[in-house]
Design a protein around this ligand. Structure first.
Ligand code: FES
Length: 183
């Protein structure tokens, strides 16, 4: 009985060897952190990139019917001030079962006269034509991708592939009636 009791390991405090292990572990962690820091730090956006995370656009000088392109995070963003006729055309196919990527125009443009989209084809990333009056726009009055022939309608919805999805809507907000912030 006495032997059995004596064989039970008693909890012990940290020994000198434990202390050395702990010190070694901490040194390794500190070493790893200082080794990783340049990489972690290089992943932080630089000040100029952070500044481009959002852009403000003065829309007060855009004429009805005009399409302008601004740059946001290195991508073109199409801003269109739509007339009633353009709006009517954009809404014409709301609910059309043939839409490749179904969406209503009001889902894509909550403030209907303004259509704001990333101007990058969802197939392989070309920039669709249609921003200039002289550009080909396809049969739906929208945009035409010259790379492989995708066609987008007046709401930026893809109507003919190979593009699989509509032109994306970036995050944006109206700061007032004359300014929008994108990003
Ligand atoms: S990149 Fe636009 S259709 Fe291929």
């Amino acid at each position: 009985m006495t032997d059995a009791v004596n064989k039970i390991e008693q909890p012990r405090g940290p020994t000198r060897r434990d202390f050395l292990y702990i010190c070694t572990g901490m040194a390794t962690l500190v070493g790893a952190a200082s080794f990783l820091w340049p990489f972690i730090d290089s992943m932080q956006p630089s000040a100029d990139v952070a500044a481009m995370a959002s852009v403000e656009v003065d829309i007060s000088l855009i004429e009805p019917g005009q399409r302008i392109t601004i740059k946001w995070r290195g991508k073109p963003v199409f801003v269109v001030y739509r007339t009633d006729a353009m709006l009517a055309q954009a809404r014409e196919d709301d609910g059309n079962p043939a839409l490749i990527d179904p969406a209503t125009d009001s889902e894509r443009a909550p403030r209907p006269e303004w259509l704001i989209m990333v101007g990058v084809c969802t197939h392989l990333g070309c920039i669709p034509l249609g921003q200039k009056d002289s550009d080909p726009r396809g049969p739906y009055g929208g945009w035409f991708c010259p790379c492989h022939g995708s066609i987008y309608d007046a709401s930026g919805r893809v109507r003919k592939g190979p593009a699989p999805r509509n032109l994306p809507i970036p995050p944006y907000a109206f700061l007032d009636d004359h300014r929008i912030r994108i990003g």
